[in-house]
Ligand binder design. Structure first.
Ligand code: IPM
Ligand code: MN
Length: 354
């Protein structure tokens, strides 16, 4: 029995989740079908329970083999104080499931190369790298405080990292590089930050165990520049939480198709979280416009990494390739000469090709 948690999410997220679920239903083993459990997190949970991730919903997530998420948040919850915002639910879920490693691939689809904002001479060299982002440490989870000092407010966000936290994400970085083109860049700011200097120290130790991987470091400001200047130089980037948040948005944008990129977050146990990297697109909610592909590809990653169903994962990915080859496009990736389809029809086309 394979237990899958479904977080339907906010805005246009339920529309993409519906298509991902159709694909999962179609691909499951009829003798041993998936057992689904709906989990409320984000804006939906704020509305239902006044809390973006109540303990009972976290407990449900912890009881699954894997969890699939669409996207959360939206203007409706914008005014709420920090701890009640939908985003806090996602952070608590990451922490509760101990998902310390987040893989965010940046890969250009040849069928969609025209959609990249970069010049053709740059995209022609290829874009195929992955950002391995540390997900439950650093400034996101450090001590936070806003207090009055000498008649004005002072806010502090601490950014702690301990050796074991750096080492476990470092290993994922090296292992990921080992399975790819064997090039790892650790992105930091060790000319300024103590945490970065500790990252360097731990990585210098680790690299001895991975002599087959070409290892280097790069300052985060330079990395932001290099990602648009020559993205072909990167294979695997490993970095701390906040740098990874910023760089992965930049990296997704240069592929020209943020609606196509899935991600996986994994931790100590097999129970991972799989989600598109895009947001909940509340502006087009309910219009059958949003691109379901990133969510469907996230379901494929879930099958591959979380549920040991490599063959089924590959079948979904091939179906998506075929649909793109056939020229079907949702509005976000539509170009002259291709066929515009809505969310549901994109799901239909993928199902036809499974
Ligand atoms: C992401 C998002 C989250 C983050 C927000 C929603 C808290 O931007 O998954 O990248 O900053 O990690
Ligand atoms: Mn982000």
């Amino acid at each position: 029995m394979k237990k899958i948690g479904l977080i339907w999410g906010d805005g246009s997220s339920p529309e993409i989740m519906a298509q991902a679920k159709r694909v999962l239903d179609a691909i499951q083993d009829p003798v041993d079908p998936f057992v689904y459990t709906d989990i409320a997190m984000g804006g939906e949970a704020v509305d239902k329970y006044g809390d973006p991730l109540p303990q009972h919903e976290l407990d449900k997530a912890l009881a699954q083999d894997s969890v699939l998420l669409g996207a959360i948040g939206g203007p409706k919850w914008e005014g709420l104080p920090g701890p009640q915002r939908p985003e806090k639910g996602l952070l608590r879920l990451r922490e509760g499931m101990e998902l310390f490693a987040n893989d965010r691939p940046a890969k250009i689809w040849p069928q969609l190369a025209d959609a990249s904002p970069l010049k053709k001479e740059i995209t022609d060299k290829g874009i195929d790298f992955v950002i391995v982002r540390e997900l439950i440490g650093g400034a996101y989870f450090g001590k936070k405080e806003t207090k009055e000092v000498n008649g004005e407010l002072v806010a502090v966000d601490e950014m702690p990292y301990s050796e074991h936290e750096i080492e476990r994400i470092g290993r994922i970085g090296f292992e990921t590089a080992r399975k790819r083109r064997k090039k790892l860049v650790m992105v930091d700011k060790h000319n300024v930050l103590d945490t970065s200097r500790l990252w360097v120290k731990v990585f210098d130790r680790l690299k001895e165990e991975y002599p087959d991987v070409e290892y280097s470091t790069m300052f985060v400001d330079n990395a932001a520049m290099q990602i648009v200047k020559d993205p072909s130089q990167f294979d695997v980037i490993v970095t701390e939480n906040l740098f990874g948040d910023i760089l992965s948005d930049e990296a997704s944008q240069i592929t020209g198709s943020i609606g196509m990129i899935p991600s996986s977050s994994r931790g100590k146990t097999k129970n991972g979280l799989y989600e598109p990297i895009h947001g909940s697109a509340p502006d087009i909610a309910g219009q059958d416009k949003v691109n379901p592909i990133a969510c469907i590809l996230s379901a494929a990653l879930m099958l591959r990494y979380g549920l040991d169903m490599e063959e089924e994962a590959a079948r979904i990915e091939q179906a998506v390739e075929k649909v793109l080859d056939q020229g079907y496009r949702t509005a976000d990736i539509w170009t002259e000469g291709t066929t515009l389809v809505g969310t549901k029809e994109m799901g239909d086309r993928i199902l036809e090709n499974l």
